[in-house]
Design a protein. Structure first.
Length: 541
């Protein structure tokens, strides 16, 4: 029989948290939130530490479900809904007891409920939250998918509704940014982009392909008869208890239509500036741009580098009652309270340039243009910034300094660029080392050379060795690396005198500007990410 102890006492006995930290977590947690989750959210403990304390203090073993041999015959004893709600996973029956992996083995109410509903004595083991979700998605949904394929043959359309619900639920639970539905010759692959990396999670029967895609198109209000042309749409819905905005894109391929679903989780959209992973120096520069009454501020980087997140954080910071903020976007990603947002619609002639022209007649203080794609949009944005407006936008360039020749290439006069552009932020996303399995190691000779060349002193670097919390990947979540170019008077003088970009880079370097590589190396030094990730984003340097 389990000894019924309180988690706060166990963690204090293990010297992982103080009494004050437990009190703070109890005061700040939601009504239904457990103390362990509140301490995790505050960053006072890691999930691995929590598991180790429970394992040691309660004598309950910890299991990794990544390659655990689960007996599928026991799945019928606990419903999928109960498993998802309480983060539990039945494993097998041994010695007349049902072995159940639990995120919280101290949840005695759930254990009592399980013993009542199954009529079998419960033997709990500890597993990480994401590990349990992974197992639920893998086993429960696999069995359901097989049943769906059988029902599909009987002409019932509800299996496809269930299948789509499964795919979306899995996407939200795995914190995927996109779901790819890829038709192949004999089957349909479902891949999820998690922390920037695509991974195949499911293979769906080919016979479900057409009805699944038709279901998505109906929900997104697309034309189901148009199968030879790409289409775009959106679905606003709730997956489980999570409100999401889904962006749908279809593309005709040889084996049928490929669908990509971009998931925008509406519960954790707006970040504060302090949560954007800026170094202190870069954050001060960025705040200086925001404090200016007018000028053009550009964010650059490839698709999926978090530019929109940074833009929204900036706009949110400036969102006060006494300013009129108008945005023109394609698409409007997040709807913000108190801000006028315009959706571009090429079919009716509402382009970025046309939207921007109309905005200027609406007496705005601050304007955000989703992207500068052409000369016309660039010219209007620049003229708006010269007539007393603070203008934000994005551009696709590899680094901050390359933004200047890119504007010149668009046909913008150098004197206009010089007089309007306040600053440029280049940004990339890299994977964050999993906190639970972060391990120290010595530097290789090549790494020593890179750090030395960039003037960063360091003794050790870190990597994730892989654990149940990160599905053995060594990474969990992402963070941004930046470079911030402040167009000071000297840079403007160099530009007006037709100096080369190399001269400008040299000047900014002398003035202490931190480039993507240096910012990344500082984040490697802080143990947040790995050399492999930084080398990938700063390859051009």
């Amino acid at each position: 029989m389990l000894v019924r102890k309180r988690l706060g006492d166990l963690l204090q006995e293990a010297s992982l948290v103080t009494e004050d930290q437990v009190r703070e977590a109890l005061e700040n947690k939601n009504e239904n939130q457990k103390l362990g989750d509140a301490l995790l959210d505050l960053g006072y403990i890691t999930e691995q530490q929590l598991i180790e304390v429970l394992e040691y203090q309660l004598g309950i073993p910890h299991v990794s479900l990544y390659r655990y041999p689960i007996d599928e015959n026991v799945l019928g004893l606990i419903s999928k809904e109960m498993a998802q709600e309480h983060y539990i996973m039945p494993l097998r029956i041994q010695d007349n007891e049902l072995l159940v992996a639990m995120k919280d083995p101290m949840d005695y109410f759930v254990i009592d409920d399980l013993e009542l509903s199954t009529g079998i004595s419960i033997s709990p083991v500890i597993a990480a939250r994401d590990d349990i979700l992974y197992a639920i998605n893998k086993y429960y949904y696999k069995n359901e998918a097989e049943a769906l394929a059988i029902n599909e043959n009987e002409g019932d359309e509800s299996p496809v509704i269930k299948l789509l619900d499964q795919l979306l639920t899995t996407g939200v639970q795995l914190k995927a940014s996109d779901i790819h539905i890829d038709p192949h010759e004999a089957s349909v692959y479902v891949r999820y982009r998690i922390d920037g990396q695509l991974q195949t999670e499911k293979i769906v029967s080919k016979q479900l392909q057409n009805s699944l895609i038709a279901r998505i198109k109906i929900l997104a209000d697309l034309d189901i008869t148009r199968t030879r042309l790409p289409q775009d749409g959106r679905i606003k819905t709730t997956v489980g208890v999570t409100p999401v905005d889904l962006r749908i894109s279809t593309l005709p391929t040889v084996y049928g239509e490929k669908v990509v679903i971009r998931i925008l989780d509406l519960t954790n959209t707006l970040l504060d500036l302090s949560e954007l992973d800026f170094s202190n120096e870069n954050e001060q520069k960025f705040k200086k741009f925001l404090a200016q009454p007018s000028g053009l501020v550009l964010l650059t980087g490839p698709t999926g580098s978090g530019k929109s997140t940074t833009l929204y954080a900036a706009i949110n910071q400036l969102n006060k009652e006494n300013v009129n903020i108008i945005t023109v976007e394609d698409p409007v990603e997040y709807q913000l309270e108190g801000i006028n947002q315009v959706q571009v619609n090429g079919r009716v002639g509402l382009t970025f340039a046309e939207g921007l022209r109309s905005i200027l007649r609406q007496d705005p203080n601050i304007i955000m243009v989703g992207e500068i794609r052409d000369q016309e949009t660039a010219e209007i944005a620049i003229r708006a910034s010269l007539t007393g407006h603070l203008v934000f936008s994005t551009l696709h360039t590899n680094n901050a300094i390359e933004t200047i020749p890119r504007l010149f290439d668009m046909g913008i006069e150098p004197y206009l660029v010089v007089s309007s552009l306040s600053g440029v932020v280049a940004q990339r996303l890299v994977r964050r080392i999993c906190r639970d399995c972060r391990t120290e190691r010595d530097l290789t000779e090549m790494e020593k050379e890179i750090f030395k060349k960039n003037g960063v002193e360091i003794d050790k670097v870190f990597y994730g060795k892989g654990c149940s919390a990160c599905h053995q990947k060594g990474y969990r979540g992402r963070l941004a690396v930046h470079e911030v170019l402040d167009l000071d008077d000297e840079v403007k003088r160099l530009l007006l005198n037709h100096a080369s970009m190399a001269d400008i880079k040299e000047h900014t370097k002398m003035n202490g500007m931190s480039f993507l590589m240096q910012d990344g190396l500082e984040k490697v030094k802080a143990g947040l990410t790995t050399m492999d990730e930084i080398i990938q984003v700063s390859i051009s340097e």
